[in-house]
Every structure is written in structure tokens, then in C-alpha cells.
Design a binder for this molecule. Structure first.
Ligand SMILES: Cc1ncc(C[n+]2csc(CCOP(=O)(O)OP(=O)(O)O)c2C)c(N)n1
Ligand SMILES: [Mg+2]
Length: 550
């Protein structure tokens, strides 16, 4: 502190201090000066083919490391990022967008500089709707505080933030002394002790409490605390679809995915009959709540997130999620007898289909479930790739990533790049529909360039299967690619065309051995072959689309 560093250097330094070792982006003249500063510093610039893909990679990176950074040029780059940033907002992912901008001096006569839309502030105005904090570093006197303010807000709410850096401010420098409040300073101690007393009384009185854990436990890095809480009290834990793998799915106290009537009946029964439901970091989204088939009674619930803290009908202000979690862990909660847990049925069938039979969704997911290894992170795109994956058993915690709430197609392939760069010990297993692959699958070019080795399974059911289920029509047909020729085009990678169960097994084994490049498995499925989870969801969605909801 105190030593003047330039605005650009300070921005890089603060991103690095918060865990970023990579920045994802595409260069452009308004950001080149900053890009070249990044190049000389400790953060590696990862060039992607498109800005939206850079945003998705930064999102996955953020979910695994606590901060992901996308760095792009003015408007043409930034505005292409908005959908990815909207997803990061909706699903609480701490992404920082850094956009270059015309220099402050260049704007004096209001010129029509290239990439400008309406006003020089238009890009900022748009981002102000989808980020938790924005700043334009026009004024060197306040730039450092502004950087801190945005990064602090991202960290506090696990939502994206946006910083615009005019190209003539990158090397400006001023001395500065920013100071941000600590967690203790943000916490109202009286409110905390009162709410903990109420929560503890309720939990200790309960005969059958259940914890329902969701994405915020993951985003705030509280997975170990969650395990301790469960181990200490022996309260069983269910997860939501968005929070899937927040706890190892092999943990003895793990109940399964709760998603109202969309999920497994035994999990629904167990969770909904609890006399105290401790909801930690839950997003009350339609998919998480099984298209609102969930029956969760607020009179029996403790509801804690970074934005709201309720014990039954009582609301407590100024108690950050992390403070509540820590205090609950240290509170005098009683230890219970080991609970009777519901038995998990064999979702994918006891036996694999015969070798020469055609691959079905069931056979595919059964094989993938067995194939999963400890060092894999499963990344599911929207479509049956996600719904079927709900029933995969994830071995360790935080090894399942998906856009299960915002549900924007095209997440998985770019996200696999962010995930693998966030943790080089993880091997991504990407599950993606043919429709979603057409959107962003070409980003495999970046995986190839960087020698990454994801195993990408394309579920080729010849079109928008999920949509077909809701309403069939020619708009659900898509182009048929020769997926297996991608390695030829990209001059790297291996590809396998899979039609039978035997071919599936052989391709998975070969992919596992191919550690040097990506492997792509095009799995040929019959149109109309869908997972049981999607069958339930599709029926429900179709009712809603037609306006018939109960
Ligand atoms: C960006 C985006 N556009 C459109 C949709 C609407 N949508 C939801 S699922 C789906 C079809 C997905 O097709 P595919 O990836 O082949 O998976 P499948 O449903 O066949 O399993 C579409 C078009 C969306 N979710 N996101
Ligand atoms: Mg499809």
C-alpha cells in the first residue's frame, strides 16, 4: 500500500490477490494497452474465439476459484458478453468484466469513434442492469477505490461486476489508501446472536431436521463448513440441482437431489416431511423447485442466503451469509442418532444393455456413471445432458457445473476451458446436446490450442429434444454436422462415432487414455429417446406453456 502503481497494474494486482491466474478474452484496440500490461504481469491472458465464450469460461473459472475475469474491447466485445454475464448474475458467479474504452481525452468533442453505440456511457448503462457494481476508471483520484468497491461487491454477493478502463488511463498513477470493511464490521452482532439463538432452538427441538444446500454454499467456499455441520449434528443433507455436488454424493449423510416432484420421490418425501428445514444458500428458482411442485413450509424453515436471512417468519438484517454459517457451526447444536436414510434405487438399471445394442440415454448415463473418476469435473449443458446428469453420482464435492437456473445453451464447452485452467488436476467430462454444441462447440479450437484434454460427449438426438417434448415442429430441427471430422479441421483431438454399447465402452476407454488432447464422442441417439427426468420435466413444462398450471 502507499507505493503508487498505475491504475492498470493495480487492477491486475487486485485480481491476482483474489485468486485469478487467467483472464479470458479477445483483444481490440481499446483494450490492447491493458492486454499488453497483463501479458507482462502474473496473470495469463487466454484468447478465446468469441467474447461470450470468454464470459462462460470466466464463469466456470469463478465457480471453481472464487474470481473469474473476462477482458474485452469496447461494446463489440462487451455487449457480446452480456448473456454470459446475465447467467453469472442469475446463478451467482463472481465474474469481473474488464472492458477497454475510448480515452477520456478522445471523447471531448463527442466524436463518432468506432464501436460507439449511442453515448459513451451506453455499454456501462447496459451492464448496470446485470452486475452488482460498475465503475468507469475515468478519474485517477478515485480509480483505486472504485476497483476495490467493485471487487468487494463481487466477493460479497458472488455476482458479476463491470469495470471500464479508458485506454488513456491504463498507465495513470496516484498514491492511494483504500480500506474495505471486514466481515465482522459488516455483521450486526446483536442480530446475529438473536437469529442464531432462534435457529438453534428450532433445530434442537426438531425430531427430523434436514439441510437443503444450494449454490451459495459452493460460491462462498463453505463446503467444508457444511460437512462439519452435518458431521457434528448428523443432520442429513439434500442438494438442489444447481447445487448438485456441493457435498460428495457418496457421503453417508447425503440424501440426493431435491427438486420437488421432478426429483426422486423418496427424496421429496424425506425433505418435505422434515420438521425443520435448514435451507442454506438456496435460489428459489423454478427448476430448483421442480417447476414449483415443491412444498416447503416457511413455518418450518430456516432460510439463509447472502441476501436474505429468515428463521420462520422472522427476518434478520445485516448478517452476512458467511457470518451466519460460521456462528451456526460454532453453536451448541445437539448431536443426533444416525438418521434412517432412504435407499437409492438403481436409477440406470442393474445391468448394462447387450454390447451390440444401440446406445440409449439410459445406457449412456449408466456407462458414464461408472466411468466417472475422482479427478473429473462433470459439466452439463442445457437439455437432456443436464436433466439426465442429475442422476449421476458425483464422487467429490464441487465437481458438477451447469447453468441449471439461467439455462442458456452453449455453456459447457467454453466452461470446460475455464474449469480446467482453474484447476489443472481436474479433467472435464462435458455432456452437451447437439443443438448446444452447434452454438459454442467450435471453442474446442481453444482447448486444442492450449493442449487441454476434456472428454466431450455430444448427445446427438438430431435436434432440440427438450423443445420437441414441449412442442414439436420443424423449428426443432438443426443442421447435422460430421462431428467426427473436427480433429481434422482443428488439427488436434480425437473423435469417436458411437452407435452401440460396445462402441461406447471402447470410446470411453480410448478417451481416458488420450490425455494429450480433447476427445469427442458423438453418441448417436434415437430422436425421442429421453431420460426419465426429462420426461417428468417436459410434461410439466408443456402444461405451463399451455397455461395450465396447478
Ligand atoms: C441460448 C438459448 N437459446 C435457446 C434456448 C431454448 N432451448 C432450451 S433446450 C433447447 C434445445 C437443446 O437442444 P440440444 O442441445 O440438442 O439438447 P436436447 O434438448 O436435444 O437434449 C432450446 C433450443 C436456450 N435454453 N438457450
Ligand atoms: Mg439435441
Amino acid at each position: 500500500m502507499g507505493k503508487p502503481v498505475s491504475i492498470g497494474q493495480y487492477l491486475i494486482q487486485e485480481c491476482y490477490r483474489r485468486g485469478a491466474r487467467h483472464m479470458f478474452g479477445v483483444p481490440g484496440d481499446y483494450v490492447l494497452e491493458f492486454d499488453s500490461l497483463v501479458e507482462r504481469g502474473p496473470i495469463e491472458f487466454v484468447g478465446m474465439t468469441r467474447e461470450d465464450c470468454a464470459g462462460l469460461a470466466a464463469d466456470a473459472y469463478a465457480r471453481l476459484r472464487g474470481l473469474g475475469v473476462a477482458c474485452v474491447t469496447y461494446c463489440v466485445g462487451g455487449l457480446s458478453l452480456t448473456n454470459a454475464v446475465a447467467g453469472a448474475w442469475a446463478e451467482k458467479s463472481p465474474v469481473l468484466v474488464i472492458s477497454g474504452a475510448p480515452g477520456v481525452a478522445e471523447r471531448a468533442r463527442d466524436p463518432l469513434l468506432h464501436h460507439r453505440v449511442r453515448d459513451f456511457s451506453t455499454q456501462r448503462d447496459i451492464f448496470s442492469h446485470i452486475t452488482v457494481a460498475i465503475a468507469s476508471l475515468d478519474d485517477p483520484a478515485t480509480a483505486y477505490q472504485e476497483i476495490d468497491r467493485v471487487l468487494h461487491a463481487i466477493e460479497r454477493y458472488k455476482r458479476p461486476g463491470f469495470i471500464e478502463l479508458p485506454r488513456d488511463r491504463v498507465h495513470e498513477a496516484r498514491a492511494h489508501r483504500p480500506r474495505l470493511p471486514t466481515l465482522e464490521e459488516m455483521t450486526d452482532a446483536n442480530a446475529l446472536s438473536e437469529c442464531i439463538a432462534e435457529a438453534v432452538g428450532m433445530i434442537n427441538r426438531a425430531k427430523r431436521p434436514v439441510i437443503l444446500a444450494d449454490a451459495e454454499v459452493h460460491r462462498f467456499g463453505l463446503q467444508t463448513a457444511l460437512l462439519e455441520l452435518a458431521a457434528k449434528t448428523r443432520i442429513p443433507v439434500a442438494a438442489t440441482l444447481l447445487g448438485k455436488s456441493v457435498i460428495s454424493e457418496r457421503h453417508p449423510l447425503y440424501l440426493g437431489i431435491y427438486e420437488g416432484a421432478m426429483g426422486r420421490a423418496e427424496v421429496q418425501r424425506y425433505v418435505e416431511s422434515a420438521d425443520c428445514l435448514i435451507m442454506l444458500g438456496c435460489l428459489m428458482s423454478d427448476i430448483n423447485l421442480g417447476i414449483y411442485t415443491a412444498h416447503l413450509d416457511p413455518d418450518r424453515a430456516i432460510y439463509a442466503t447472502s441476501e436474505k436471512l429468515m428463521v420462520r417468519r422472522h427476518r434478520y438484517e445485516d448478517v452476512p451469509f458467511r457470518s451466519f454459517f460460521k456462528a451456526l457451526l460454532n453453536a451448541p447444536l445437539r448431536r443426533r442418532a444416525a438418521p434412517a436414510m432412504p435407499k437409492h434405487g438403481a436409477v440406470w438399471g442393474r445391468q448394462q444393455a447387450p454390447d451390440d445394442s444401440r446406445v440409449t440415454v439410459r445406457a449412456l448415463f449408466r456407462a458414464v456413471n461408472e466411468f466417472l473418476a475422482d479427478d473429473m469435473v462433470v459439466i452439463s449443458d442445457i437439455g437432456d445432458a443436464l436433466f439426465a446428469a442429475a442422476d449421476l453420482t458425483i464422487h467429490r464435492r464441487t465437481e458438477f457445473l451447469s447453468p441449471a437456473y439461467y439455462a442458456s445453451m452453449g455453456f459447457a464447452v467454453p466452461a470446460s476451458i475455464g474449469a480446467q485452467l482453474a484447476n489443472r488436476n481436474l479433467r472435464p467430462l462435458v455432456l452437451v446436446g447437439d443443438g448446444a454444441f452447434l452454438m459454442t462447440g467450435m471453442e474446442l479450437a481453444t482447448s486444442a490450442r492450449r493442449g487441454l484434454n476434456p472428454i466431450v460427449i455430444v448427445l446427438n438426438n438430431h435436434g432440440y429434444g427438450t423443445e420437441r417434448l414441449i412442442k414439436e415442429g420443424p423449428f426443432n430441427d438443426i443442421a447435422e454436422w460430421e462431428y467426427c471430422r473436427l480433429p481434422e479441421l482443428l488439427r488436434s483431438g480425437r473423435a469417436f462415432h458411437v452407435r452401440t454399447v460396445a462402441e461406447l465402452r471402447a470410446a470411453l476407454e480410448a478417451a481416458l487414455r488420450n490425455t494429450k488432447s480433447y476427445s469427442l464422442l458423438e453418441v448417436e441417439l434415437a430422436a425421442g429417446d429421453i431420460s426419465p427426468a426429462l420426461q417428468r420435466l417436459g410434461a410439466r413444462l408443456a402444461q405451463r406453456v399451455r397455461g395450465k398450471t396447478k
